[in-house]
Design a binder for this molecule. Structure first.
Ligand SMILES: [Mg+2]
Length: 235
């Protein structure tokens, strides 16, 4: 940690920072599969793991400029899958909505509500995510002044524009903003390169993913309470 003074704004990654994303994605995929089996059985029958991977590649190669937009890629994949199975491709709208609704059913880590409640009274909080979770739909909107999403900005972390837009939304310059996230490259190093301070949240559940020295000099924090203690020491 190399912050010398207390930040005025904090930007926060969402997936694997405020909740574990894997169980949510698995459940959302299952909800989508169930819906397709009922509403578009021909599509469901053809859309196995291999076909999905192939279609995903095709969509990405047809729309390289939309690779940052997971929602677009998924919707377009569904549209093509429905179409090639002889179902109505317009059903992709509803299929995607089913996925997206399930995608918002997250289980927050225990420290999230108490620490965000404290921080929202003290700092300008902005969510910064490459994924398509929605702070309104996951029930966290009260803590944040806003959110920056890759699909709205037109690029994804580690692009510095994601962080600069977040600072703009917070109304606080990058050098007075702290970004917190789980990913050494997309969050910790990228935010620092964009001119923000950053802190690495390396939750014990995911500690196996990255060794402690992945971020160079940045030492990881195990939870938001530890980060709050570090911030309190600056006050
Ligand atoms: Mg993350």
């Amino acid at each position: 940690m190399d912050w010398r003074s207390e930040p005025r704004a904090i930007t926060l990654d969402l997936d694997d920072t405020l909740w574990p994303v894997a169980p949510t994605l698995v459940a959302a995929e299952q909800a989508l599969s169930r819906w397709l089996s009922k509403q578009a059985p021909a599509t469901a029958a053809r859309l196995d793991v291999d076909r999905r991977a192939t279609l995903r590649k095709v969509v990405l190669s047809d729309h390289p400029d939309r690779a940052h937009d997971f929602g677009f890629v998924r919707h377009e994949l569904l549209r093509r899958a429905l179409s090639e199975a002889g179902d109505d491709p317009a059903m992709a709208d509803e299929a995607f909505a089913v996925f997206l609704a399930a995608r918002q059913q997250v289980t927050l880590f225990d420290d999230v509500r108490p620490v965000l409640a404290q921080w929202s009274a003290r700092y300008r909080l902005v969510a910064v995510s490459n994924g398509n979770a929605d702070i309104n739909r996951v029930g966290l909107a009260d803590y944040f002044i806003g959110a920056i999403s890759a699909h709205e900005i037109g690029c994804a972390k580690p692009d510095p524009r994601m962080f600069h837009e977040a600072c703009r939304l917070a109304g606080v310059p990058a050098e007075h903003t702290l970004h917190i996230g789980d990913d050494p490259h997309l969050d910790v190093i990228a935010a620092r390169q964009a001119g923000l301070h950053s802190a690495w949240l390396r939750r014990p559940d995911f500690a196996h993913r990255h060794s402690a020295d992945t971020c160079g000099s940045a030492s990881p924090f195990e939870d938001l309470h530890a980060l709050e203690a570090a911030l309190a020491a600056l006050r």
